[in-house]
Design a protein around this ligand. Structure first.
Ligand code: PHE
Length: 368
């Protein structure tokens, strides 16, 4: 019997010593299995107590039980001591400062300069009571040219100036010169007639959108953007046109700007004007301030004026196409059309139109 008790003491001493030396909770778990698990010697001794001669059961049972409890208690104690330290270490190692910027910092996106400019223009006219309308980029010759009073031989109708679209379903294209021919719209003006067909007077709309022309150089791209304006009622005059465009010019180019109207020609307005804004770089003087001898302003080329758009009073011939939609003899108003690229170019000093479309971030990131 003392053999068994000795063995128990041996097991207990080994176990306690190993538990004491364990470096982390994982090692303690392993020792728990090794010394107290189902296949371990000490628990087996305990289970075997019932098979011992009755006079030995008490002493062996007691010794084995105490040994097991002592080992268990020390494992528990060491586990809680080590676990606390391990948690602290893990918290320290895993610490993430969410207020630090990422590495590398995430770039913040922005709207393209043309989108910014379009929205700026829209905001100005929305504030003046205009509504934003949009129209198709693939357009009938009827709306793009005929209803806008273009003579049959007008050069803009030529295939060297305008993209014509053919049916892809095998049907024969409409005969050349027919209003049923299809083009990529060359301006946003087709929306003048379309929107008057859709709504009687009074009408005050602007129409931003893409337009297409067969052109490609530093100042022309085959696709660009315009904003059309149209205000028709019974008593809208050239004075209203000038007032609206003055408000627009000041909102975009600064409160001190002035505008001037120069006679021009468009087939669909009469009279037609080109509109200039006083140069914001030289305040309209044509000379760069503080230069001696005075240096010519490079933006307006010394003229003091920058051309920003074409406009005029809607031609009675155009209104004739929408007579039946409520635009009778009393209806009158103005229309204008501007290039978004040009407005942004003037405002931000963009030297080459193609920069807008190169998607070079070094250019794009300068705006916004
Ligand atoms: N559609 C003309 C252009 O593209 C501009 C314009 C619009 C002129 C409306 C007069 C009135 O050049």
């Amino acid at each position: 019997m003392s053999d068994v008790l000795n063995r128990i003491e041996e097991l207990r001493a080994t176990a306690l010593q190993q538990v004491q030396a364990a470096a982390d909770t994982a090692a303690l778990e392993e020792l728990r299995v090794r010394h107290l698990g189902r296949k371990a010697e000490l628990p087996n001794l305990l289970r075997g107590v019932a098979d011992l001669p009755p006079d030995q059961r008490g002493a062996v049972g007691k010794a084995a039980n105490q040994a097991r409890q002592a080992v268990e208690a020390l494992i528990d104690e060491r586990t809680s001591a080590l676990a606390a330290g391990e948690l602290d270490a893990r918290l320290a190692a895993d610490a993430v400062d969410l207020t630090l910027p990422g590495t590398p910092p995430r770039p913040v996106g922005r709207l393209h300069l043309l989108t910014q400019t379009r929205r700026e223009i829209e905001d100005v006219f929305l504030g003046l009571g205009f509504r934003v309308a949009e129209g198709p980029e693939v357009e009938w010759v009827h709306y793009n040219f005929d209803a806008l009073n273009h003579a049959p031989a007008h050069p803009a109708r030529g295939r060297s100036d305008t993209f014509y679209v053919r049916p892809t379903d095998g049907t024969a294209p409409p005969e050349h010169g027919s209003p049923d021919e299809i083009v990529l719209r060359t301006h946003t003006s087709p929306m003048q007639v379309r929107s008057m067909e859709a709504q009687g007077p009074p009408i005050a709309i602007i129409v931003p959108g893409r337009v297409y022309r067969r052109d490609s150089d530093a100042t022309h791209t085959p696709q660009f953007h315009q904003v059309e304006g149209l205000w028709v009622d019974e008593d809208i005059t050239l004075a209203d046109l000038k007032g609206v465009l003055l408000a627009f010019a000041r909102a975009i180019f600064g409160p001190d700007r002035d505008v001037r109207l120069r006679p021009h020609f468009f087939p669909f307005t009469e009279p037609s004007v080109e509109v200039d804004v006083s140069c914001f770089q030289c305040a309209g003087s044509g000379e760069l301030r503080g230069t001696k001898p005075p240096q010519r302003c490079n933006l307006c080329k010394g003229t003091g004026w920058l051309e920003i758009l074409g406009s005029g009073m809607v031609d009675p011939d155009v209104l004739g196409y929408v007579r039946e939609f409520g635009y009778g003899d009393g209806a009158q108003g103005f229309a204008f059309g501007m290039g978004i690229e040009r407005i942004a170019m003037l405002k931000h000093g963009v030297p080459d139109l193609r920069l807008y479309y190169d998607n070079d971030l070094r250019f794009l990131e300068q705006f916004g």
